[in-house]
Design a protein around this ligand. Structure first.
Ligand code: CDP
Length: 248
């Protein structure tokens, strides 16, 4: 991993499949929607947040200082991250992520990871190492990739860029419910603090911050049902495909 930061964007823009980039702040529903849309279209779905979470998991496991960029960079170079698609209809189990062969799919959603991930994701060296991996994953197209810098840095030539928003209150409510449903004993105020803090670090970092790409379409999901947002996105995709005259 991380062997080539200079991997050319044009290399993968062979146009053999549609590339959809989704960005937005924490707990805005990118994953829920990304999975649903990908499944509907038969596309590959890549949650890049899971990659940063997986690295954070390994950093914490090895008691590495979160500010030690060089040490974390070495660790990233010596880490195997594999994302495996599940053949299931359950959105929950849509993919599994393995770090050095260990399935960490569930563990990376632990609130402990939430508390630390943004501090590691803000390190430029680490982000640069991950560019290659993310572009490689998108290489063949017919993919939905979501994160914070997908439309702006990772896949600037994506066919469709969506930027999700929802009120802070709604996002906190959704994440709190999600964690409680999973059985974590979390406090509402603590969840709120983590989300606000993460958004702050993610949007203020110097390198590849959370940002709406100029050509991204804004989707506000605050008062919309999952079904409504899904239909809105599918409509946008349909229109784009028509414009491109594609049949895939
Ligand atoms: O699911 P949630 O919105 O809470 O977060 P996530 O998408 O799993 O991302 C976790 C963290 O990874 C974010 O808060 C960012 O710090 C980092 N991240 C990033 O920096 N760049 C990305 N493309 C994706 C995630």
């Amino acid at each position: 991993m991380g062997e080539s930061v200079n991997w050319r964007i044009d290399n993968f823009m062979k146009k053999n499949g549609l590339i959809i980039a989704i960005d937005g702040p924490a707990a805005v529903g990118k994953s829920t929607m990304g999975k649903l849309v990908a499944r509907e279209l038969g596309f590959l779905y890549i949650d890049t947040g899971a990659i940063y979470r997986a690295i954070t998991w390994k950093v914490l496991k090895n008691n590495i200082n979160k500010n030690d960029e060089n040490m974390i960079s070495d660790l990233v170079s010596n880490t195997s991250i594999i994302i495996e698609r599940e053949n299931t209809n359950s959105p929950k189990d849509y993919y599994h992520i393995f770090v050095d062969g260990e399935d960490v799919t569930e563990e990376i959603r632990n609130p402990k990871i939430d508390r630390n991930v943004s501090q590691i994701a803000r390190l430029p060296k680490i982000r640069k190492q991950l560019i290659y991996l993310q572009r490689k994953l998108a290489e063949k197209g017919n993919i939905v990739m979501e994160g914070r810098d997908i439309g702006s840095v990772i896949l600037p030539k994506a066919d469709i860029k969506l930027y999700f928003t929802a009120s802070e209150e709604e996002r906190i409510r959704r994440r709190y419910k999600e964690l409680i449903d999973k059985g974590y004993n979390v406090d509402y105020e603590e969840v709120k603090k983590q989300i606000v803090q993460r958004d702050e670090i993610d949007s203020k970092r110097k390198y590849a911050p959370l940002i709406k790409a100029k050509d991204a379409i804004l989707i506000d999901s605050t008062e919309k049902s999952i079904e409504e947002v899904k239909n809105e996105i599918l409509k946008i995709i349909k229109k784009q495909r028509k414009c491109r005259g594609k049949t895939n």
